[in-house]
Design a protein around this ligand. Structure first.
Ligand SMILES: [Zn+2]
Ligand SMILES: [Zn+2]
Length: 341
């Protein structure tokens, strides 16, 4: 390998500090670092990407001794590459990479359960947890208080949970949407993909985009086109069909062909969302199936045949902001949050 120098070290330091970098961040970083020993100014916009890749190759060779690697993942929103320093040895959630306490890590696991199990149902693959629901998970559930491997003690106070959520976002594990939904951020997707498959899928092959639509235990979804994990995007209008796609991937696929499902060949409307937008749909379905309601469906609602047994059908996802705020005021432990954007 080439000589490991201050440039390499500066790049690693930047990753330790900033957690995730997009390509334009990378170009700015490299231009700044290279400008130190360069008499001429360097334009970050024209910094050659192949030079960046060569540096990353050398850095990763060095980092491999510590089971670390700078890996990239494509943004689910626009498919641009995002880079993060990833701990390859962590088979437990965020444990070895961070300073978090056992209680905080147990809380993070409860958040993952909320995203990938509770809020991941046959009719609504939300893969996110509403802020108020996330905060309410601060207490350890009964039976998990002590003795269970990997679980913490009593849990966290509401205030501690709010602080933990903030640090999970700052560290790049989670991101919070404008509508106050927490979901896995690129670093979380990169570093936790193996853990998630191991925890929520009964088998990795069954979780592949080409798996049969028979009921199973697999809760992690993949894009039919790019094969990456998918937590935001769209799904086949036939809810028993396993096909999912990122929005930009669907756009690419249907640019030159009729929008037909690549799996079952039925018409693909693009109106069946995956992600926080799916929560509203769940709300409508439930009202439709429950008490009389004036709420319309806004479109046909395909019957889901492949309902997963593990998917809890009783969970209420309330996307009514006012209700949530009221409940918070009743919570004795609730603290005024400073996290509003
Ligand atoms: Zn994709
Ligand atoms: Zn289909």
């Amino acid at each position: 390998m080439s000589t490991f120098n201050d440039n390499h070290r500066a790049i690693i330091q930047a990753f330790m500090c900033r957690k995730t970098l997009k390509m334009h961040d990378m170009k700015e970083l490299f231009a700044t670092i290279f400008a130190v020993n360069n008499p001429d100014p360097i334009d970050p916009r024209t910094f050659p990407e192949n030079e960046i890749q060569i540096y990353l190759f050398d850095i990763n060779e060095e980092l491999s001794r510590f089971d670390l690697e700078i890996k990239s993942i494509r943004s689910q929103d626009d498919r641009t590459p995002i880079y993060a320093l990833v701990n390859l040895s962590s088979d437990t959630v965020i444990q070895s990479a961070t300073h978090h306490t056992a209680d905080e890590i147990a809380y993070f696991r409860r958040l993952l359960d909320a995203m990938f199990d509770t809020n991941n149902q046959a009719n609504a693959e939300v893969f996110a947890v509403k802020r108020n629901d996330a905060e309410r998970l601060h207490k350890a559930p009964r039976g998990e208080e002590e003795g269970n491997e990997g679980s913490g003690g009593k849990g966290l106070t509401m205030y501690e949970a709010q602080q933990a959520l903030q640090s999970f976002v700052e560290e790049g594990w989670l991101e919070r949407s404008g509508n106050q939904w927490y979901s896995l951020a690129p670093r979380g997707l990169l570093e936790l993909s193996e853990y998630l498959k191991k925890t929520y899928n009964s088998s990795e092959t069954a979780g592949s985009p080409n798996s049969s639509p028979t009921p199973g235990e697999d809760l992690i979804r993949f894009c039919y086109l790019c094969k990456d994990m998918l937590t935001v995007g769209q799904r086949c209008d036939d809810y028993s069909c396993p096909a999912r796609m990122h929005n930009p991937c669907a756009k690419v696929l249907f640019e030159k062909s009729d929008p037909k499902c690549p799996g079952c060949k039925k018409v693909w409307s693009g109106d069946s969302p995956v992600g926080e937008k799916a929560a509203a749909r769940l709300h409508v379905v439930r009202r439709q199936g429950g008490r009389a309601s004036t709420v319309g469906t806004g479109g046909k609602m395909p019957k889901a045949d492949g309902v997963k047994e593990r998917r809890k059908q009783t969970r209420v996802i309330d996307d009514d902001e006012e209700d949530d705020e009221d409940e918070d005021e009743e919570d004795e432990e609730a603290h005024e949050s400073d996290g509003e954007e």
